[in-house]
Design a protein around this ligand. Structure first.
Ligand SMILES: Cc1cc2nc3c(=O)[nH]c(=O)nc-3n(C[C@H](O)[C@H](O)[C@H](O)COP(=O)(O)OP(=O)(O)OC[C@H]3O[C@@H](n4cnc5c(N)ncnc54)[C@H](O)[C@@H]3O)c2cc1C
Length: 409
C-alpha cells in the first residue's frame, strides 16, 4: 500500500486525499489549524460558491492566472462533475445568477461536513493542529515531511497549503518556502480580488455608496488597459465591489511594475454625451429656479452631488439658469469619467485570492506532479493559479485535487 501525505486540508488537499484513498493508498492529511476547511467555511460569504455552471472553455476564460494549464484537469473534473460529486455526498446544490453554484442549504458548513465524512469513510487519517514545517526530498525524490520536529516518511507528498491571503484561515504561504528550497520557481506573489486604495480622500464621504450599472476603466500611464460594466462600492479607503475586484488583479500587477494607475468611472454609460447633456437640460428645466445642487437630485445619489460639482468646478449654489453650456460640458465630462488615482491595493491578507505561486511550468498538468521533485504533487492556490469570483477558484482547486493519480507514481 502506498503511503501518501497531504499537506493542507483546504479544498484542493481534501479532494486530493479523497482521490488518493479511493485509489487504494494509505493517506494522512496534516492540517495546521484546529479544523480542516477554515477558508472553505468563509467562501461565498459563508454560503460556499462551490463551482460555476459554465463549460470548460468558459471556466478557463475566468481563470486569468494560468487557466489554460487547467484544461485537462477541468476536462476530467468539470463543474458538472463537481455538482455530481457533491450531490453524491448528499449536498444538494442550486444555481444562482451568473451560473454560481451553491449548496441548497446556503451553508458552507454542510460542504465541509460532507467532505469530512467522506474522508472518514475512506479511512484518511486527518491530523489537525499539525503544521508541516518542511518537505523532505533526496536526489530530487520525495522522502516525507517534518511535523513538530518529527519525520514522517511517505511514497508521495501532495502539497496543498493554499496561497497567502486571509492568513487567519491558515493559508500563510508556507508551501512557497518549502518548494523554493527544493528548486521550484515561485512567481511574484500579489493580491488579486482585492479592494483598491485611492489618493482622493473624498471617497470617505462616499463610504458605503454602491453604484450599479457603471462602467469603470482601468488606466495605466494614461492608457486604458481594461474596462468593465457592473457594480462597485466606495469604502473609507477607496473602492471595492464586483467590478473593482475583477480589475484589481491587473491593477496590482501595474502598481508592482511602478505604473501610474487610475480608474475612470462612467456614471451614465447608457447615454452618449449628447443624450446626457439633453437629460441634464431636462432636469434644469424641471428644477428651473433651483441651485444646481438641488437640480441634480434625479440624476445622482445625494452623496455624489457635491463631489461631482467640485470636480467640474461648479459652485453648488449657482442657479441652473446661470449655468453656461461650457460648464454643462464639464459636468458631462466628469459624469462620464469620474477620475480616481490608485495608490495601492489593500494588503494581501484582505485579498480573496493570491496571484502568483509555484510556477505551473514546473507542474505536469495531467497529474499535478512536480517536474522537479519526483512524487511531489502540487494542487490548489499554492500553484500560480487564480480566477475571478463566481466559483472559479474552488472549481480549480477541486479539479487539481481530482487529477492526482497515485497509481501512476
Ligand atoms: C473570503 C473568501 C471568500 C472566497 N469565496 C470563494 C467562493 O465563494 N468561491 C470560490 O470559488 N472561491 C472562493 N474563494 C477562494 C477559495 O477559497 C480559494 O481559492 C480556495 O480555498 C483554495 O483552496 P486550497 O485548497 O488551494 O487552499 P486553502 O483553502 O487556502 O487551504 C490550504 C490549507 O492548508 C493549510 N496549511 C497551510 N500551511 C500549512 C502547513 N504548513 N501545514 C499544514 N497545513 C497547512 C491551511 O491551514 C489551509 O487549511 C474565497 C476566498 C476568500 C478568502
Amino acid at each position: 500500500m502506498k503511503k501518501i501525505i497531504v499537506v493542507g486540508g483546504g479544498a484542493a488537499g481534501i479532494m486530493a486525499a479523497i482521490r488518493a484513498a479511493e485509489n487504494g493508498a494509505s493517506v494522512t492529511l496534516f492540517e495546521k489549524m484546529p479544523q480542516i476547511g477554515r477558508k472553505l467555511k468563509i467562501t461565498g460569504k459563508g454560503r460556499c460558491n462551490l463551482t460555476n455552471a459554465a463549460d470548460v472553455a468558459e471556466i478557463v476564460k475566468n481563470i486569468p492566472g494560468n487557466g489554460k494549464f487547467l484544461f485537462s484537469a477541468l476536462k476530467k473534473f468539470s463543474p458538472a462533475d463537481a455538482v455530481n460529486f457533491f450531490e453524491s455526498l448528499g449536498v444538494k446544490t442550486k444555481i444562482e445568477r451568473g451560473g454560481r453554484v451553491f449548496p441548497a442549504s446556503d451553508d458552507a458548513s454542510e460542504v465541509i461536513d460532507a467532505l469530512t465524512k467522506k474522508l472518514a469513510i475512506l479511512g484518511v487519517e486527518v491530523k489537525t493542529n499539525s503544521p508541516v514545517t518542511d518537505i523532505l526530498a533526496e536526489n530530487k525524490k520525495i522522502v516525507g515531511v517534518i511535523v513538530d520536529g518529527k519525520k514522517f516518511l511517505a511514497d508521495a507528498v501532495i502539497l496543498a497549503t493554499g496561497g497567502a491571503s486571509y492568513p487567519a484561515t491558515g493559508s500563510t504561504g508556507d508551501g512557497f518556502k518549502f518548494v523554493r528550497r527544493l528548486g521550484h520557481t515561485i512567481t511574484p506573489i500579489l493580491p488579486a480580488l482585492v479592494p483598491l486604495e485611492t489618493e482622493e480622500d473624498f471617497v470617505r464621504d462616499l463610504q458605503g455608496l454602491s453604484l450599479k450599472n457603471v462602467r469603470v476603466k482601468l488606466i495605466s500611464d494614461g492608457k486604458c488597459v481594461d474596462e468593465l460594466f457592473g457594480e462597485m462600492l466606495f469604502t473609507h479607503f477607496g473602492v471595492s465591489g464586483p467590478i473593482i475586484l475583477t480589475l484589481s488583479r491587473k491593477a496590482a500587477q501595474l502598481l508592482a511594475a511602478g505604473k501610474f494607475v487610475e480608474l475612470e468611472i462612467n456614471l451614465k454609460p447608457a447615454l452618449t454625451p449628447e443624450q446626457l447633456d439633453a437629460r441634464i437640460l431636462r432636469d434644469f428645466d424641471k428644477f428651473k429656479r433651483k441651485t444646481i445642487k438641488n437640480a441634480l437630485v434625479d440624476l445622482l445619489p445625494a452623496k455624489l452631488i457635491p463631489i461631482i460639482l467640485d470636480l467640474a468646478y461648479l459652485p453648488e449654489d449657482k442657479r441652473v439658469d446661470e449655468i453656461k453650456s461650457a460648464e454643462r460640458r464639464r459636468l458631462v465630462e466628469i459624469l462620464r469619467g469620474l477620475p480616481l488615482t490608485i495608490t495601492k491595493t489593500r494588503p494581501i491578507a484582505e485579498a480573496i485570492v493570491t496571484s502568483g505561486g509555484i510556477s505551473v511550468k514546473e507542474i505536469d498538468p495531467r497529474t499535478m506532479e512536480s517536474k522537479i521533485v519526483k512524487n511531489l504533487f502540487i494542487v490548489g492556490e499554492v500553484a500560480d493559479i487564480d480566477g475571478f469570483t463566481g466559483g472559479f477558484n474552488l472549481q480549480a482547486a477541486w479539479a487539481m485535487g481530482n487529477s492526482i493519480n497515485i497509481s501512476k507514481t
